[in-house]
Design a protein around this ligand. Sequence first.
Ligand code: GDP
Length: 439
Amino acid sequence: MFESLSERLERSFKILKGEGKISEINVAETLKDVRKALLDADVNFKIAKTFTDTVKEKAIGQNVLTSLKPNQLMVKIVHDELAQLMGGASVDINLKGSPTVILMSGLQGSGKTTFSGKLANLLKTKRSKNPLLVACDVYRPAAIEQLKVLGEQLGVPVYSDLESKNPVSIAEAAIKHAKLHGNDVVIVDTAGRLAVDEAMMNEIAAIKKAINPQEILFVVDSMTGQDAVNTAKEFNDRLDFDGVILTKLDGDTRGGAALSIRSVVNKPIKFVGTGEKMDALDVFYPERMADRILGMGDIVSLVERAQEQYDEEDARRLQKRIAKNQFDFNDFISQIQQIKKMGNIKDLAAMIPGMGKALKDVDIDDNAFKGIEAIIHSMTPLERANPAMLNGSRKQRIAAGSGTTIVDVNRLLKQFDQTSKMMKMATMSQGKLKLGKRR
Ligand code: GDP
């Protein structure tokens, strides 16, 4: 995501080398480059100009106050301005009302239905809500079916009425249904068209009027660049929506939509979609996005993802096993499974500062652990629990069973050995720290 913008910005900061001060002259060239990078990322011309003008003003104004080198100072100012451009602070969805009614809007194919499912999933699993999904696309039976499939997969009920051709009455009936069945959030998925048209706008405006939603979300495909921004403007003029959902940020979007939408419609981006799976949804944090754009990584999100997968009970059990030298291949594989649950490996690695660029051309895929898992699965339960018993002939059998070679098996055994030692050391030093505190 944003790879080329990140690279271009980094290159433009390099012009500002040395210890000298920032001056009108040396800053001008950098900012020309920054502006070009923004334009190439499909940021609207006016926004790019205002952006660089502000950065220039701040850079020259701050000159005397800082001990940073000019390019460091520039990175900081650009970072802060990018975050500002994307809205500054993150804004949550409004869950007031009983039930809370959330109306989805956007063009066909933008990812409305997928996002409706993701949001229902998030509200159910992280906010202890009992959501109801509502299928209001009366033109495409396939869209209703898609929502039903998602609902089933997530264990979230879906309200639909294949007989009715009136989305307003379906939405109204769904809210009544929710009240009767104890659903505290109603997520209304609506029909989109391929392009903005009057009939679609009239329809969604009529639904809005009838159900008076707490939250109207506009869903847009970030890959569509400036078009995304123009569509946002048209929907906002008509619906006065509350927030934007940017989807497909996992693709190679150039970033223009993420950077421009906020200042064009003056509405916050609330979530970003980062994949087709139901958990590929992130709360949008302008600061963190600015970090990522500037190749500073996003350690906070990385740690958060790790924490989500962290099971305290499990960790304690593992710690005990390590301390007793009982760490075995069953533990090893369950650790791998936890890492895999955190998401796509390349995405995760890109959150580490400096890694995004380094990994640009490296091909890491989700199968990175496949060989390891195959080897472990070819061990007998006894072998998994007692790695020390793996002699030559056993290794040979495991290699044959997993479609690998004895070299691969030995490599894994070595990795396992090193991991066990490292874990043992980490556990021991943690133990000492605890003892130290007690004293
Ligand atoms: P709708 O017509 O607005 O309801 O759009 P859909 O929800 O049907 O999405 C259109 C296509 O985009 C589907 O193939 C989705 O799987 C895909 N999609 C939706 N969100 C994302 C996302 O965040 N990342 C990726 N890669 N694909 C997405």
